[in-house]
Design a protein around this ligand. Structure first.
Ligand SMILES: [Zn+2]
Ligand SMILES: [Zn+2]
Length: 157
C-alpha cells in the first residue's frame, strides 16, 4: 500500500532509499564543523521529523556514524552521502533528520527556519533567515524550534 502523502528520498547513488510519511516539520541550516565535513559543503540543509515518519525502504548500505554525542548520522557507504540521521530524545521519543536535497519533490519542504552554528560560517549571508552564533545558543534554539514545530504539527490536525 502506498500513502499518497509519502515523499521519496534517496542518496546520490540510489542504493539507500527511504520514504518520509508527510512533509517534515522543520528545516534548518547547520554550519557546525561536523556537518561541513560530512556534507562536504559550507553548511548542511536538514529537515526534521519524528523517526517513525522516516522509513528506510532500502537500507543495506547505510552505516551509522557518531562523531558527536547524540546524533547517529546514517551515511550511504556506496556514495558517502548522508541520508538519514536519528536522535533519541527520551526512551521512545526519537527524531529523524534527512538532508533537504535528498527529497524527490522539493516543493513539499518547509522554508528553513534558522542558521545555527553560524560562527563557523566562512561567508556572510543575507538570505533573511535568522543566524545563531555560539554552541550553547545554537543548541538551545534548535531544541526550541523542534519542540515548537512538533507542537504545531500536533495541533494542526
Ligand atoms: Zn551541524
Ligand atoms: Zn548511496
Amino acid at each position: 500500500m502506498t500513502n499518497k502523502e509519502e515523499i521519496h528520498c534517496h542518496c546520490e547513488c540510489g542504493k539507500t532509499q527511504l520514504n518520509v510519511a508527510k512533509p517534515p516539520m522543520l528545516r534548518f541550516h547547520c554550519h557546525c564543523t561536523i556537518c561541513q565535513k560530512l556534507y562536504k559543503q559550507p553548511f548542511s540543509d536538514v529537515t526534521v521529523m519524528w523517526a517513525k515518519d522516516a522509513k528506510l525502504i532500502q537500507g543495506e548500505f547505510i552505516e551509522y556514524r557518531r562523531p558527536g554525542l547524540l546524533l547517529k548520522r546514517g551515511v550511504c557507504t556506496q556514495c558517502e552521502q548522508p541520508i538519514l540521521a536519528t536522535m533519541t530524545l527520551f526512551p521512545g521519543v526519537k527524531l529523524a533528520f534527512v538532508p533537504a536535497n535528498r527529497y524527490g519533490d522539493q516543493s513539499l519542504l518547509p522554508k528553513p527556519s534558522a542558521h545555527i552554528f553560524f560562527h563557523r560560517s566562512e561567508t556572510a549571508m543575507d538570505d533573511g533567515i535568522t543566524k545563531y552564533n555560539g554552541f550553547v545558543k545554537s543548541e538551545l534554539i534548535i531544541s526550541w524550534l523542534i519542540v515548537k514545530s512538533a507542537f504545531a504539527q500536533l495541533f494542526a490536525r
